[in-house]
Design a protein around this ligand. Structure first.
Ligand SMILES: *[C@@H]1O[C@H](CO)[C@@H](O)[C@H](O)[C@H]1NC(C)=O
Ligand SMILES: *[C@@H]1O[C@H](CO)[C@@H](O)[C@H](O)[C@H]1NC(C)=O
Length: 226
């Protein structure tokens, strides 16, 4: 039976896109009757130890009767199986992994057979949603979601952001500090130079007698230079 099921998948999955040849017409008409879809995001990323939703819906033009849908983990391990009598009824559980919960409903607009479960790292892998409709000569279709489980990524990202901010902030702070120190040093130098000038001016201004001495000193110093 697994082999037959797989052949069924291959035929139906390939048919909508297998080209425009005459041979595909029959397969195409078969595919439009039963379609299984996991939406636009076949890859789901979940945090370790969080509840994840695995979405799946199916559509059928002919309607359905005693339809069986099954969720497989990594192609082989059945984690949920439900049976739906017809469009007016909700699914009945045939088998359920204790951690899996059916969250979809089939009496609404969509035939929603989504499940949810708490996941940890060991649950990463492929989740296949498979549907078999006896009303369509046992037509089958499936779609697969890839689940990635990651360690809590928000704190990691925050840490990285904080490190970058700290480095950038540190560099900017250092530059500002250097500029401030430079300003202060220049100011101090200017002031001390100004004071020196003032001192020279005041001393030269007050003490006229010193001028002579200074001059004589300069004169005395001059000979070795020349
Ligand atoms: C299927 O049901 C789930 C749970 O109520 C919901 O989150 C999801 O959007 C539904 N999907 C569609 C395609 O309606
Ligand atoms: C992931 O979940 C397991 C199971 O609860 C826990 O033991 C482990 O510490 C978690 N690891 C991280 C990185 O959060």
């Amino acid at each position: 039976e697994p082999g037959a099921e797989r052949d069924g998948h291959m035929r139906v999955v390939r048919s909508p896109w297998s080209g425009l040849g005459m041979r595909s017409l029959q397969l195409f008409s078969m595919a439009v009757t039963l379609e299984v879809s996991v939406g636009k995001t076949p890859v789901v990323t979940a945090l370790n130890n969080t509840k994840v939703q695995l979405s799946c819906i199916f559509t059928t033009c002919m309607g359905f009767e005693d339809l069986v849908f099954t969720w497989y983990y990594n192609s082989t391990e059945m984690i949920y199986r439900g049976k739906i009598k017809n469009k007016a009824s909700e699914p009945k559980i045939v088998y359920s992994d204790p951690r899996v919960q059916l969250i979809g409903t089939t009496t609404g607009k969509e035939n929603n057979i989504s499940i949810s479960m708490f996941v940890d790292f060991s649950d990463a892998g492929k989740y296949t949603c498979h549907v078999r409709n006896p009303k369509e000569k046992g037509a089958e279709h499936n779609a697969t979601i890839t689940l990635r489980v990651v360690p809590e990524m928000v704190p990691v990202d925050n840490t990285l952001t904080l490190i970058i901010l700290a480095v950038v902030g540190g560099v900017v702070g250092l530059l500002i500090l250097i500029l401030v120190i430079k300003k202060i040093v220049l100011l101090v130098l200017k002031r001390s130079q100004g004071k020196k000038k003032e001192c020279l001016v005041s001393s030269s201004g007050v003490d006229n007698t010193e001028n002579g001495l200074a001059g004589s000193r300069a004169d005395r110093k001059a000979p070795p230079k020349a």
